[in-house]
Design a binder for this molecule. Structure first.
Ligand code: 4NP
Length: 154
């Protein structure tokens, strides 16, 4: 399984989802590939937002070493599942392909937690530390549900 987490800047939500899922995959001994990217080019090469690094650190996850990159059309071929954080990310990603096989790889991350609700991970960039904490909790729960759904555990 090759999983790509996608948000707008690749400095807040998707690096967190990347780091949190990566740690769970390692702890469970799953042979999955996990990565993240942003649809925008604003922050290419930058580490995650300092506030998100600290939030993750407080919960035992190190994301400080990740570096932002931009989502590209090749990512449709490089990954089995592309998880977007919100509907705007989804529309940006879908704009890059007309192939049905590619389009079917795109899911909202919260689909595993709240099926059928088109729920979004809110952008915490202009928020406070509570907003960052809330994003952590959502992503923690969503990645638990993702692993349960995709690893066919009882
Ligand atoms: P992210 O958050 O998409 O979760 O990484 C954002 C980061 C930066 C910006 C917007 C959202 N920005 O406008 O620079």
């Amino acid at each position: 399984m090759r999983i790509l987490m996608v948000c707008l800047g690749n400095i807040c939500r998707s690096p967190l989802a990347d780091g949190v899922l990566r740690q769970k995959v390692e702890q469970r001994g799953l042979l999955w590939e996990v990565d993240s990217a942003g649809t925008a080019n604003y922050h290419i090469g930058e580490p995650p937002d300092e506030r998100m690094i600290k939030t993750a650190q407080g919960r035992g996850v190190d994301i400080s070493w990740l570096r932002a990159r931009q989502f590209s059309q090749q990512d449709f071929k490089g990954f089995d599942r592309i998880y977007v954080m919100d509907r705007s990310n989804r529309s940006n990603v879908l704009k890059l392909t007309n192939e049905e096989d590619d389009r079917q790889k795109v899911y909202l991350l919260l689909d595993h937690l709240y099926p059928g609700e088109a729920a979004e991970v809110p952008d915490p960039y202009y928020g406070n530390s509570e907003d960052f904490d809330r994003v952590y909790t959502l992503i923690d729960e969503a990645t638990n549900a993702l692993i349960k759904d995709l690893s066919y555990e009882p």
